[in-house]
Design a protein around this ligand. Structure first.
Ligand code: 5GP
Length: 234
């Protein structure tokens, strides 16, 4: 094992440029202060993330995905994860609502891209472009590329989720650098990393059910995956 994170373990393979990721059922929130298990989450997040990464790749977004090897395991290209979390918001929720006093559910006039410093000790603080540049976390060109990619991913995901009767409220993505220097989409896209609401009832079908103790957490993950697999509307 090379690394164990909050939701995944990463293992070496016999090819130095590839690693194997194992998805756990462990769930954490509020920077690790709240901990629990969401039964079956690992299998759902792995398969759903792979489905979406393949979809994005087909639409011109380069990703780390190589091959799913089991319900919970995937081979991905080994990358250096950039120390930035990229969040895209379509509708006000979460920290945006709280910090800026915007009612949850308010539709934003255009998608908003935010960068956060990926640093657990500091609680992943919001980062301005200038702060990222001064800290040497990314170059001006990197930031521009991440913003363009993130908006493209948002457009594609919104379309894919809408086909399943799901509204994409916001999401967090991470990027990694290959040895060649190329930046590719990495980490995962799942109900752990996206806010997804039923488009008609606005029922929350994501990790907010765990964060906010709303109950029905496992059912929500299963419902999202059921809709995605079928590709059908609710
Ligand atoms: P917020 O800033 O409102 O807490 O989160 C915005 C979006 O990014 C939400 O969809 C949330 O799930 C995702 N997100 C932000 N930070 C993290 C993180 O550290 N881990 C995970 N799993 N998702 C995150």
């Amino acid at each position: 094992m090379l690394y164990e994170g909050k939701a995944k373990k990463v293992f070496a393979t016999d090819q130095p440029e590839l690693v194997r990721v194992y998805y756990k059922d462990d769930a954490t929130a509020f920077n690790g202060q709240k901990r629990g298990q969401i039964e079956g989450k690992g299998a759902i997040n792995n398969q759903m993330s792979n489905l979406l990464f393949q979809y994005l790749a087909e639409h011109g977004v380069p990703t780390h995905f190589v091959e799913q090897v089991s319900e919970r395991e995937t081979i991905v290209r080994k990358v250096d994860i950039l120390p930035l979390e990229v969040v895209v918001r379509n509708v006000a929720a979460g920290s945006f609502s709280k910090r800026l006093g915007v009612l949850e559910g308010t539709v934003l006039p255009r998608p908003l891209v935010e960068f956060y410093y990926k640093n657990d000790e500091l609680g992943d603080p919001l980062l301005t472009d200038d702060q990222a540049l001064v800290l040497g976390l990314a170059s001006q060109e990197d930031l521009a590329e991440l913003r363009t990619r993130a908006l493209e991913v948002n457009r594609l995901l919104q379309e894919r989720f809408a086909a399943c009767g799901l509204a994409l409220i916001d999401f967090k993505i991470e990027f990694g650098r290959l040895p060649s220097g190329e930046i590719v989409l990495a980490d995962e896209i799942s109900p752990d990393t996206c806010r997804l609401w039923d488009k008609d009832t606005h029922q929350k079908l994501d990790k907010d059910r765990f964060r906010q103790d709303l109950g029905g957490v496992e059912d929500a993950y299963q419902e999202v995956w059921r809709r995605m697999k079928g590709g059908l509307s609710a």
